[in-house]
Write a protein of this length. Structure first.
Length: 311
């Protein structure tokens, strides 16, 4: 049995990760300040002897005897990370330093939840880990993109300078149950709008692409990454290479919900990436043949079932 700290554990991805780590027989500490996460996401775990909940902000130091740390604490949707951009950078940078300091102190292995946003609006397609990205350092997305890039730098420097055992995963757009209904991300927006019969809001002409990964596939990839040998630090892309335009996604959601909603077009937010698709050959090679198992249609059906209970 390992003692594992999950920061951001009450969020969308963190709650699935906590659940899976507990099911595998580990002791889990879930640390969260509930900025975008919620106790509702982990309520079913409260009362489990192997689960502890800590209300804490990662920008403040935290100490616990743990074997592994998954660092997920950070708002992930554009609406939420742009709400208080300075705090977003603090969470990315100071939060990462605090967790790396803890890893150093207790000799824990630490995994960083990085993002495909480090590639910015990419000029190469699909994105490979060796691509350095095309990121605007002064735009409205920069607090998140540059914050996450700086966090990766910190992870690599703690590794080189202090021999900390690190793992970096670059997560591509992920969806599934427990996404927050009002955080503005495209999958939750479209499903909720379709279920309510409201207009489906496409930003821009809908020709921009994203590659959507179901949360279970991501959690599997993160755990496999944590369990790789110390010499493999990543970064490694974890995502589903199936690439769709937002117009295709909207039509798929309308079809699966049998909705009467109309599609409407609204202005494209500043610096919105035009295309995104992971090259996952490194993950496939290093993570015991890992590849996503859940196709978009199947994952959407499961997510629609979840939102139907809420809407
Ligand atoms: P989320 O907003 O549901 O979860 C983030 C969690 O972190 C929330 O529970 C929030 O309350 C907590 N948090 C935020 N700031 C904190 C702070 N200062 N101290 C302690 N807790 C704090 O988002 P998510 O989609 O579950 O994302 C989890 C991680 O994965 C994030 O680091 C995000 O950047 C990364 N990621 C997610 C995606 C995606 O598509 N969902 C893609 C790339 C990367
Ligand atoms: N998007 C959209 N309608 C919405 C929400 C988002 O067309 O109601 C678009 C958004 O402009 C972007 C894509 O969907 O091009 C994915 O947005 P999301 O915020 O989910 O993720 P990210 O842009 O961070 O990849």
């Amino acid at each position: 049995m390992k003692r594992i700290l999950v920061t951001g554990g009450a969020g969308f991805i963190g709650s699935h990760l906590c659940e899976r780590l507990l099911n595998e027989g580990n002791d889990v500490i879930c640390l969260d300040n509930y900025f975008t996460g919620s106790k509702d996401n982990i309520r079913h775990l409260i009362g489990n002897d192997h689960f502890e909940l800590v209300r804490h902000d990662v920008t403040k130091p935290y100490t616990a005897e743990v074997d592994e740390i998954y660092n997920l604490a950070c708002p992930a949707s554009p609406i939420h990370y742009q709400y208080d951009p300075v705090k977003t950078i603090q969470t990315c940078v100071i939060g990462s330093m605090n967790m790396l300091g803890l890893a150093k102190l207790v000799r824990a292995k630490i995994l960083q939840a990085s993002t495909s946003e480090v590639y910015g609006d990419p000029n190469i397609h699909p994105q490979i880990e060796g691509y350095w990205g095309n990121v605007n350092p002064i735009g409205i997305r920069s607090c998140y993109d540059e914050g996450k890039r700086c966090a990766e730098t910190l992870f690599m420097d703690y590794h080189r300078q202090n021999n900390i055992r690190i793992k970096i995963v670059r997560i591509f757009n992920t969806y599934g149950s427990r996404m927050s209904m009002n955080d503005g991300r495209v999958v939750s927006n479209f499903i909720v709008q379709a279920l309510r019969g409201e207009d489906i809001t496409i930003y821009g002409d809908g020709q921009q692409t994203r590659s959507f990964q179901y949360v279970d596939d991501l959690v599997e990839g993160m755990i496999r990454m944590m369990n790789t040998g110390d010499e493999f630090t990543g970064p490694v892309n974890i995502g589903n290479p199936g690439e769709f335009t937002m117009l295709e996604l909207a039509n798929k959601v309308i079809e699966l919900t049998d909705s009467k909603s109309r599609i409407v077009f609204q202005p494209l937010p500043q610096d919105d990436p035009r295309q995104r698709k992971p090259d996952i050959s490194l993950a496939n090679r290093e993570l015991n043949g890992w590849r996503p198992e859940v196709k978009l249609e199947e994952g959407l059906k499961r997510t629609i079932d979840y939102f139907k209970k809420l809407v």
